[in-house]
Design a protein around this ligand. Structure first.
Ligand SMILES: Cc1cc2nc3c(=O)[nH]c(=O)nc-3n(C[C@H](O)[C@H](O)[C@H](O)COP(=O)(O)O)c2cc1C
Length: 305
């Protein structure tokens, strides 16, 4: 046992380490539990939940790109009621903070979903997805409008005392303006970033490779963009940031923390190697020992410009 302290705080949310699994890449934890000891992770974020079940978009919903992937799942999920009845009992057996990600097509739906989930003690925090590029209503329509993000934050804040994280869209000019209204309206943290809008065409059929035409780009291709967005927020707004986008190894985690992230989420990497998040936690500990870092959280916003 080493004396290294990997724990991080995101507002009142305490995590044993900064490694969280990103929404939409591990289902409700069930899709990764046979590969990874969930009890070792910092936190798990659920697939976006909506009030009623959603089928999502027809296939093709995923396509590989040179340095990542495009997805247009369209928020397929079981809905809040089935989640509470069928998914929560499975998750209760693990000692890992569960963060519920919520998606909706109206402010009322965001509020209703949060209200229906907030008394479930297994849920330790909410992450509000205002930034999904793959649905006609909700998603980017909210994520691109600073007043809408302020309004959603304020209305959801009013129905839960649990830590409230707003997941921001990178498809905007100044992401820090969005982080500022989240702070002003009582949000505890922001997640940055969700996927970037992209597309891909088959040159022989001249048709889009994805049914939805556009998809969300994730993976290593978006890491420099994500780092720039995290840095922008860190320099402009005093709010905890969860860094997301293209994390492939422990070095990427350290880089995100240096530019301002208190914790990180791993997404696309789970499809390549579902055992990677657990390995990264061990490697972060080794890094701390080798570099004389006693407390990993001291790295947050330690950049030198
Ligand atoms: C297949 C897939 C499904 C996703 N579904 C959701 C979702 O339901 N809600 C959400 O907030 N983000 C969703 N995301 C976005 C990820 O949580 C993450 O923000 C994004 O993929 C960037 O991180 P990465 O480059 O590590 O994958 C999804 C991403 C992928 C690849």
């Amino acid at each position: 046992m080493s004396n290294i302290d990997l724990s991080v705080n995101i507002g009142s949310l305490k995590l044993r380490n900064p490694i969280m699994l990103a929404s939409g890449t591990v289902g409700y934890g069930n899709e990764i539990s046979e590969f990874s000891d969930l009890n070792k992770l910092g936190a798990i974020v659920t697939k976006s939940l909506s009030l009623k079940p959603r089928k999502g978009n027809p296939p093709q919903r995923i396509v590989e790109t040179p340095a990542g992937m495009l997805n247009a799942i369209g928020l397929a999920n079981v809905g809040v009621d089935v989640f509470l009845k069928e998914k929560i009992p499975f998750l209760k057996q693990f000692d890992v903070p569960l963060i519920c990600n919520i998606a909706a097509s109206s402010v009322e739906e965001y509020v209703e979903c949060t209200r229906n989930l907030t008394s479930e003690e297994t849920i330790k925090a909410f992450e509000i997805n205002v930034s999904c590029p793959n649905v006609k209503e909700g998603g980017l329509q909210f994520g691109n409008d600073v007043n809408a993000v302020a309004n959603v934050t304020a209305k959801v804040r009013a129905v839960t005392n649990k830590p409230l994280i707003i997941k921001l869209s990178p498809n905007v000019s100044y992401i820090s303006e969005f982080a500022k209204v989240v702070k002003d309206e009582g949000g505890d943290a922001v997640s940055a970033i969700n996927t970037l809008v992209g597309t891909s065409f088959n040159i022989f059929t001249k048709k889009p490779k994805i049914f939805n035409v556009n998809g969300g780009l994730s993976g290593p291709a978006i890491k420099p963009i994500a780092l720039a967005k995290v840095l922008e927020i860190s320099r402009k707004v005093d709010i905890p940031i969860i860094g997301i986008g293209g994390i492939m190894n422990w070095q990427d985690v350290v880089e995100f923390m240096i530019v301002g992230a208190s914790a990180v989420q791993i997404g696309t990497l789970n499809f390549i190697d579902p055992t990677a998040p657990e390995k990264i936690i061990k490697q972060l500990e080794d890094y701390c020992i080798a570099s004389n870092v006693e407390k990993l959280s001291n790295l947050t916003a330690s950049y030198i410009l």
